[in-house]
Design a protein around this ligand. Structure first.
Ligand SMILES: *[C@@H]1O[C@H](CO)[C@@H](O)[C@H](O)[C@H]1NC(C)=O
Ligand SMILES: *[C@@H]1O[C@H](CO)[C@@H](O)[C@H](O)[C@H]1NC(C)=O
Ligand SMILES: *[C@@H]1O[C@H](CO)[C@@H](O)[C@H](O)[C@H]1NC(C)=O
Length: 493
């Protein structure tokens, strides 16, 4: 490992494991007969380097020498340390101060420019990254079947995944991503967990889980009432601790968002007993009481999912309505925030809608719905049906049909981008006969819309989550029919 120390505030780091680019040679080798003013040789613990006592103007060079046509560079860019790390010794410790920034030029796997804010790498520029193939990275044996996964990051801790697991006996698990994949981090007591959501209020992290207590209990034992529980991340105890319990009704989803610096939660109440036409609630965080309070009630029909998104100055919220007690062919509703509450913006006919996903491609705004099944007159369900992508028509101010994709009792859509490429992966859960079927990864091809590119065998797929960590991209899926989840690595070139 060679370490060249420059000045105390800005650090230029070459990503571990990549071919080093000797940036200092840009300034030091102009005139080899003398050292640049303010620079002297130094040796510490067997490492020889250069110490820069004061940054000198003669050490600067145009950033275009390094990256032609780079518009994202700060006007003044001072370098402090170049650090090259060999593959055999990737253990490098950086000492962060709040005035320290690091830049990472990665010319290998994930070509690009990354900025480090002290805890994570933020992508500034990323070039030509393309999906090559998909590798199975980890098969996670879970204590019971999983209805939902939430992947999130906690500063200073890393990537975590909370799994909403069916069994009341073993509860639900929160995993931490390590070099060998997800490792169990914390058990949280749940009963029939249906969904997790992570959110932040300021810098603090929270998790909310919905419990379904009213499940069939054949033993006649007292069933737990339906409730959702909010947990707060305790920085001291480094685990999630109970914050608040809310009364919910077979809540299928929680959504968190903020409007005008206020934090809100929306719960999708699916049903009370057999009654599906009930209210779903919007809660608002009360800073003084340090608790969520009911802000608005919205009528829903077997609500399954909420998706919040913004378009320009507008705050929108869409609900997936699955069933009204008679039919799965019901309207799902897009709401817009006006004054201090949501008002109906548009309704869209859906068929047992289970999920909405909003995404943007080059300024275009899309919404895709996962349609679960259609009830035929015979009373039998049809599971191979279209799920539809809608595009926002900015002039008409409404979403219009863009593309139909045949899905098999779809329960989730996940959108993600790799470099310049955009993908949608669908969780197909049931073919009508079997729970073992392919989930499909689609790639955006502009005028042609999304076209299938990868087929991923799944069993009772309940959720797909995309996440990135240390420049690598992953997809994770959970099964509602088998006690396993899988993590796939997306290999790019
Ligand atoms: C979590 O619970 C499982 C049993 O369901 C147990 O084997 C495991 O040791 C527990 N882990 C932690 C971190 O509490
Ligand atoms: C369903 O619940 C709502 C709200 O509690 C109530 O107004 C409605 O009458 C109920 N419908 C049926 C069919 O019981
Ligand atoms: C799905 O959509 C396509 C294109 O809009 C249409 O041709 C097809 O009939 C639809 N399939 C079903 C099962 O509704």
């Amino acid at each position: 490992m060679s370490l060249l120390i420059v000045s105390p505030f800005v650090v230029l780091v070459l990503c571990p494991g990549v071919v080093p680019l000797d940036l200092l040679s840009f300034v030091l080798e102009r005139d080899t007969s003398r050292l640049v003013p303010g620079v002297h040789l130094d040796q510490a613990e067997g490492v020889r380097g250069l110490r820069f006592s004061s940054p000198h103007l003669s050490m600067s060079f145009p950033s275009s020498d390094l990256l032609p046509d780079c518009h994202l560079f700060p006007q003044q860019f001072s370098m402090v340390v170049t650090l090259s790390v060999t593959r055999s010794n990737p253990q490098v410790k950086y000492k962060y101060t709040d005035r320290l920034f690091c830049f990472c030029f990665d010319f290998s796997m994930n070509k690009g420019l990354y900025l480090c804010d002290g805890s994570q790498w933020i992508t500034m520029l990323q070039d030509h990254q393309r999906l090559d193939y998909i590798l199975e990275q980890q098969v996670l044996t879970t204590s019971s079947e999983t209805n939902d996964i939430e992947v999130f990051q906690i500063a200073g801790v890393g990537v975590m995944a909370a799994l909403a697991q069916r069994s009341p006996a073993s509860g639900s698990a929160v995993y931490l991503w390590t070099r060998s994949g997800f490792q169990l981090y914390q058990n949280i007591s749940t009963h029939g967990a249906l969904a997790w959501r992570h959110f932040r209020i300021g810098k603090r992290s929270y998790l909310v889980v919905s419990n379904f207590g009213g499940g069939a209990d054949t033993s006649g034992a007292e069933v737990e009432p339906d409730s959702s529980v909010i947990y707060k991340w305790s920085r001291k105890r480094r685990r999630f601790v109970h914050l608040q319990t809310l009364h919910t009704h077979c809540a299928r989803d929680w959504e968190a968002f903020s409007i005008n610096q206020h934090t809100y939660l929306a719960v999708a109440n699916h049903r009370t007993g057999n009654n599906h036409t009930i209210d779903s609630l919007i809660y608002k965080w009360n800073r003084l009481a340090k608790a969520f309070e009911v802000h608005q009630r919205l009528p829903t029909s077997g609500a399954y999912d909420w998706e919040f998104f913004t378009v320009g100055p507008y705050n929108l919220l869409v609900v997936a309505n699955a069933f009204d007690g008679v039919t799965t062919s019901v309207d799902s509703v897009i709401y817009v925030w006006v004054n201090d509450g949501f008002q109906v913006f548009q309704t869209i006919k859906t068929y047992c809608a289970t999920d909405w996903e909003m995404f943007q491609i080059g300024g275009r705004v899309f919404l895709v719905v996962a349609n679960g099944h259609r009830l035929a007159d015979s009373g039998h369900g049809r599971y191979a049906i279209n799920s539809t992508i809608y595009e926002l028509d900015m002039h008409a101010r409404m979403f219009v049909r863009f593309q139909d994709i045949t899905t098999y009792s779809a329960v989730d859509w996940e959108f993600f981008s790799l470099g310049e490429e955009h993908f949608l992966v669908v969780a197909n859960s049931f073919s009508g006969e079997s729970y073992s079927l392919n989930s499909i990864l689609y790639r955006w091809q502009g005028y042609e819309g999304f076209v299938p590119v990868h087929f991923l065998p799944t069993i009772g797929c309940s959720d797909w989550e995309f996440f990135t960590w240390k420049g690598e991209s992953y997809l994770m899926y959970s099964s509602a029919k088998a006690p396993l989840s899988k993590v796939f690595k997306l290999k790019t070139y």
